[in-house]
Design a protein around this ligand. Structure first.
Ligand SMILES: *Cc1c(COP(=O)(O)O)cnc(C)c1O
Length: 361
């Protein structure tokens, strides 16, 4: 068996320990004589899996009791519609557009009400986070929306926007569990899991209870997209993405064992510094993002020459560094260094970049 260093933006690297444990339990999950994939979601064994997953997540993020945790399917993109459908009581919401995922959410919300773009960094290819300390928040805004870590462009909100009392809704798909957060600062904090937590398809919604409406304000909201349906049924109105949730649960336990979110943050800062410090001194490579807004998770960089970029990606792949090509909308390179990327992976990448620079500069 040989494993590469996988810098994919998502689906992405998972802890080897988790994969090994899942493999061991594949044929016979703890004496049940079946795989978790084959198990009824109404069984006691499965109920324990999902209950433990929720409790471990609550412990890790210190989620207060007045927040519901939902494990849903449909990926992050489906919630771009569900959020306005459940939250647009006044029919108005403010969006801060800092990248493609925020833009998609903003565009989707326009179908269900008035979505107002109150700030954007599109003027400079989303390479920074705008100042959000004193924005013009709509008087009747039902919420203010951000994408907290911009997976494609490699920026992160280091300070949350001043929402002037409106609930903050944050897509944290690509920074989920990468560092401690204060859940009470959010109305809804949520994300798809395939970046930092588990297999694609599962989306985790952490929603303050008073923001789950009895009746959705948008007419004809599908039953499945009503948060109330899901909350009342413990995420099991229908068959949940059982196996995906089981893997998420294992990753939560792995993070706990690693020391929780404080330890994760220290580990991630250390890894990111190795790469950013090199980019700052390199004569060939450079980062594309304003320094103070740099993400700990997604690190885009370029040589400034598309042919050189392609050569680098090709040679890196041959040397066992996978998925370093930048997103198709920006080009260049991007190294995603999520929780499960070991420090050795980043060290090896930087050593390879140094060698490439000597050969090509
Ligand atoms: C990947 C990603 C999405 C989209 O996730 P899907 O599960 O493919 O819909 C949304 N938001 C962010 C921040 C992402 O990184």
């Amino acid at each position: 068996m040989s494993r590469v260093y996988n810098f994919s933006a998502g689906p992405a690297v998972l802890p080897e320990e988790v994969l090994r444990e899942a493999a061991e339990e594949m044929m016979d999950y703890r004496g049940t004589g079946m795989s978790v994939m084959e198990m009824s979601h109404r069984s006691a064994a499965y109920q324990q899996i999902i209950d433990e997953a929720e409790q471990d997540l609550r412990d890790l993020m210190n989620i207060p009791d007045n927040y519901k945790v939902l494990f849903l399917q449909g990926g992050a993109s489906q919630q771009f519609a569900a959020i306005p459908m459940n939250m647009m009581k006044n029919g108005v919401a403010d969006y801060i557009v800092t990248g493609q995922w925020a833009k998609k959410a903003y565009q989707e919300a326009q179908k269900y009400g008035k979505a107002v773009k109150i700030a954007s960094s599109e003027d400079d290819t989303f390479s920074y986070i705008p100042d959000c300390s004193d924005l013009e928040i709509s008087d009747d805004a039902d919420y203010v929306y951000i994408c907290e870590n911009n997976t494609i462009y490699g920026t992160k909100f280091k300070t949350l926007p001043n929402t002037k009392g409106k609930p903050l809704v944050a897509d944290v798909s690509s920074c989920f569990l990468s560092e401690p957060v204060d859940v009470t600062k959010y109305g809804v904090i949520w994300g798809g899991v395939q970046k930092n937590i588990g297999p694609a398809g599962v989306v985790i919604m952490i929603i303050r209870e008073d923001l789950i409406p009895e009746e959705t304000p948008v007419e004809n909201t599908p039953t499945m997209l009503k948060w109330k349906t899901q909350a009342d049924n413990g995420s099991m109105y229908n068959t949940p993405p059982c196996y995906g949730i089981y893997i998420c649960g294992k990753v939560f336990k792995w993070i706990k064992k690693m020391g929780g979110l404080e330890a994760m943050k220290a580990h991630n800062e250390k890894k990111a510094a190795i790469l950013y410090d090199f980019l700052d001194e390199s004569k060939l490579f450079k980062g594309t993002v304003r320094k103070e807004d740099r993400s700990l998770m997604n690190v885009p960089f370029i040589t400034g020459n598309a042919e050189m970029d392609a050569k680098f990606v090709k040679e890196a792949k041959a040397a066992g560094f996978e998925n370093l090509k930048g997103h198709r909308s920006v080009g260049g390179m991007r190294a995603s260094i999520y929780n499960a990327m070991p420090i050795e992976g980043v060290e090896a990448l930087v050593a390879f970049m140094k060698k490439f620079e000597e050969e090509n500069a």
